[in-house]
Design a protein around this ligand. Structure first.
Ligand code: PGA
Length: 274
């Protein structure tokens, strides 16, 4: 069950952590992991991209950012552009995370802007989607995920709207093409599973991944959507990773809390390598 293991450090970490973490992780990485299709990506807070990249050089572990602004430059105090991430050698960028929508107020139409900007900069987009507990209890999980996925891939026009609110886009974009979609990764992260210690069962997660795969096949009828990476995220730990990664539609994991300790992140990578 080869797979992609992403570590999302969120707003955690320090230079001290990096200095201790990287050597103990890299020393124990399984040999030939890349050849067996196992990839690891770390997504630290922005200030740590460079120090982490320096420590990771030659390790095979790649670098991702946790978010980005859709514009390439200009008067956007506090923001970072996709081209700046490219400059630093960042290969992936997470966007659409529920912590950005529910805690920071970003909207689906804003996320639809970001995906274009990321792709244009040559970075691979990692779109996060997920339903809340109330939505799952109301049986709305599939319609919620469908809306989040399709909205992120749609054209962005002035006054775009989405489940997570509405705002005016910075630039109008056409919808995502099949060529763009080849580089897409989608992380299914039920909001109720994030940071709670309660993960989706492997079967439920797999069912949602199959649903997402079906949505993509409808949206991109001429594309072999089996190549689009689908990750599960939400309380992934060394204890539950094997069961989740064994599922047919789960291509990897987006790991938050358990990626903050080199040992637990390593254990999850080892599960993907077995
Ligand atoms: P968690 O976070 O593993 O701590 O639940 C996952 C995520 O939000 O990406």
């Amino acid at each position: 069950m080869p797979g992609w293991i992403f570590g999302n450090w969120k707003m955690n970490g320090s230079l001290k952590l990096i200095a201790e973490y990287v050597p103990s992780l890299v020393r124990h990485l399984p040999t030939g992991m890349g050849e067996r299709g196992v990839r690891a990506v770390l997504c630290p807070p922005l200030p740590y991209l460079i120090p982490l990249a320096e420590q990771l050089r030659g390790s095979g572990i790649e670098l991702g950012a946790q978010d980005v602004h859709p514009m390439s430059e200009g008067a956007f105090t506090g923001e970072v552009s996709p081209a700046m991430l490219t400059d630093l050698g960042v290969r992936f960028c997470i966007f659409g995370h529920s912590e950005r929508s529910l805690k920071m107020g970003l909207t689906d139409s804003f996320f639809a802007q970001i995906i274009h900007a990321i792709i244009e900069a040559g970075i691979e987009p990692v779109l996060c989607v997920g339903e809340t507990l109330a939505e799952r209890e109301a049986g709305q999980q599939e319609s919620v995920i469908e809306s989040q996925v399709l909205q992120a891939l749609s054209a962005s026009a002035p006054h775009g709207t989405g489940r997570r609110g509405s705002d005016a886009p910075f630039i109008a974009h056409p919808a995502i093409t099949e060529a763009d979609a080849r580089r897409l990764t989608i992380a299914y992260e039920p909001v109720w599973a994030i940071g709670t210690g309660v993960n989706a069962s492997p079967e439920d997660a797999n069912q949602m991944h199959a649903f997402i795969r079906g949505l993509l096949a409808e949206r991109f009828p001429n594309l072999d959507c089996s190549g689009i990476k689908l990750l599960y995220g939400g309380s992934v730990t060394p204890d539950n990773a094997a069961g989740l990664l064994a599922q047919s539609h789960i291509d990897g994991a987006l790991v938050g809390g358990a990626s903050l300790k080199a040992e637990s992140f390593l254990q999850i990578i080892l599960h993907a390598s077995n």
